[in-house]
Design a protein around this ligand. Structure first.
Ligand code: SF4
Length: 487
């Protein structure tokens, strides 16, 4: 049986979302017994690379010129009520086409020498996202408005920031001129966020495809051709992945109707617990809740032998949504979940972007971080605004420090990269300390950061005994100390 795990658009540009890596790592332990091939792909980064390319921007410019009467600076300017970012793009079309591939290569870290040219601010077209810099220059003629952030020698970071603004301008053009659902880190988010019914999503999915939809459908068909999956697993961590997941499911239904489609992930776990609308099953076959490892393994065994039970899975039965589960199967202890495997993901395609001049925000978008959890669930479980009854928060299951370091070494060997984002809801102080001590004892050098509750345990002396600069922040991005973990 062939299983393909994918993260639908969009999540982050700088690093893969880890769910498929976690599931692949777990399922590899069962591959021989089940005669299973487990592949993974990231259509989100593939979609970005397709849109933000010379070919992608050429197609975009043609559509916008037809729609807005543009095709050149003067004609574009004559068009009534045209958005400034679209007007600028059409007027500077040739410069965008000439620079886009090189800028993407630069942000992927493949052509650092381009930094000097970008930082010079004469090579890239500069749209509305650059206005704040120009305003600051106008307020203080002759001064460098970015000097406070980058100084005289921070050429590479300065170029990364300018190139990120350039990408943001283009994302605005796509979102305002071609596909209102499009964003760099989310796609169709408003359609799914706290949606009271499936109606909005169903209407959007029935609308004629945009350029973004067409590119995503083409990517989906390529993945089907390449992997020939019997089962497609769509992980949907956020509302901004739901529309992309269902657009992909549409393409799979059309091109490979025999492929079984299963959907799960953070959004599903919180928003679809009371699923009643059977229309979702026009596009998917199974909806699993909570940790994906055990339900997905149960599903694969069920597909091989229908007498075997499903675990925490919605199906459509007789036109109605039906819940299938069993007490005979249980979740997988964190110690037995395996080592996340990033094999198959295009690690050289992710982009490091700097959109905000804030060192804390930068951690989220700059650099490709391997993701790992110190424990399953939250050790604290006392915040009144948090749903601690959810399994992924309420079931605290720490991993021993030695096993964590084993996994870290395996991931570094596979990816060649030593940066780790510890993605616990709130990293446990005792677990972090034990991890740091084992890293020191075993001579393993990595850089890591994560989300914490501010605790008395995190003293300066404790932090200074850790082996690498461990940065902590609240997820809201506040530079002032947060008082609790933000989910
Ligand atoms: S908000 Fe964060 S720290 Fe608080 S109980 Fe939930 S996961 Fe734990």
């Amino acid at each position: 049986m062939r299983l393909l795990l994918v993260t639908p658009p969009m999540t982050q540009l700088n690093t893969p979302y880890p769910a498929t890596a976690y599931l692949r790592g777990f399922l590899l332990q069962h591959a021989a017994r089940l005669d299973l091939e487990v592949a993974q792909a990231d259509p989100a980064i593939e979609l970005f690379c397709a849109l933000f390319s010379r070919a992608g921007l050429t197609a975009l410019a043609e559509r916008l010129a037809a729609r807005f009467g543009g095709g050149g600076g003067k004609r574009a300017r004559r068009a009534a009520a045209i958005d400034p970012s679209i007007e600028h793009f059409l007027a500077e079309r040739d410069r965008y086409l000439a620079t886009i591939d090189a800028v993407v290569r630069f942000l992927q870290g493949r052509d650092p020498s381009l930094a000097l040219r970008i930082a010079g601010r004469e090579w890239l077209p500069e749209g509305p996202r650059f206005a704040a810099i120009d305003l600051a220059m106008a307020a203080e003629p002759g001064a460098d408005p970015l000097a406070w952030a980058f100084g005289e020698l921070g050429i590479h970071d300065r170029a990364k920031y300018l190139a990120s603004l350039y990408v943001d301008d283009l994302a605005d053009v796509i979102g305002r001129g071609e596909d209102p659902h499009f964003g760099l880190s989310r796609y169709g988010e408003k359609l799914a966020a706290s949606a009271p019914s499936f109606d909005g999503l169903a209407a959007a999915l029935a609308a004629p495809p945009t350029l973004v939809d067409e590119q995503l459908a083409a990517i989906t068909r390529r993945l089907l051709e390449q992997h020939q999956p019997d089962v497609l697993g769509l992980t949907v961590p956020f509302p901004g992945n739901v529309y992309g997941a269902l657009r992909m499911a549409q393409a799979v239904r059309a091109a490979a109707p025999g492929t079984r489609i299963v959907i799960g992930g953070g959004y599903v776990n919180t928003e679809l617990r009371g699923l009643r609308d059977p229309r979702l099953f026009d596009l998917v076959d199974y909806v699993t809740l909570d940790d994906g490892e055990a339900p997905l393994l149960a599903l694969l065994e069920h597909l091989a032998d229908p007498a075997k039970p499903l675990l925490r899975t919605f199906v459509r039965d007789g036109g109605e949504v039906a819940w299938r589960t069993t007490d005979a199967l249980h979740d997988v202890p964190a110690a037995l979940a395996g080592t996340p495997s990033y094999a198959g993901l295009p690690l050289d395609k992710y982009l490091s972007v700097v959109e905000l001049l804030n060192p804390m925000h930068r951690l989220w978008s700059d650099g490709r971080w391997n993701k790992l959890t110190v424990a399953h669930g939250c050790y604290w479980k006392k915040c009144s605004f948090c749903d601690v009854t959810l399994d992924y928060i309420g079931r605290y299951d720490p991993v021993t420090a030695d096993l964590l370091v084993d996994r870290i070494e395996a991931i570094v060997a596979e990816t060649g990269q030593t940066g780790f984002h510890l993605v616990d809801e709130a990293a446990p102080p005792a677990g972090l300390r034990a991890l740091a001590e084992r890293l020191l004892a075993r001579g393993v050098t990595i850089t890591w950061w994560g989300n914490i509750r501010f605790e008395k345990t995190f003293t300066p002396s404790c932090a200074s005994c850790w082996p690498a600069p461990a940065a902590s922040r609240c997820r809201a991005g506040s530079r002032s100390p947060p008082i609790a973990c933000w989910r």
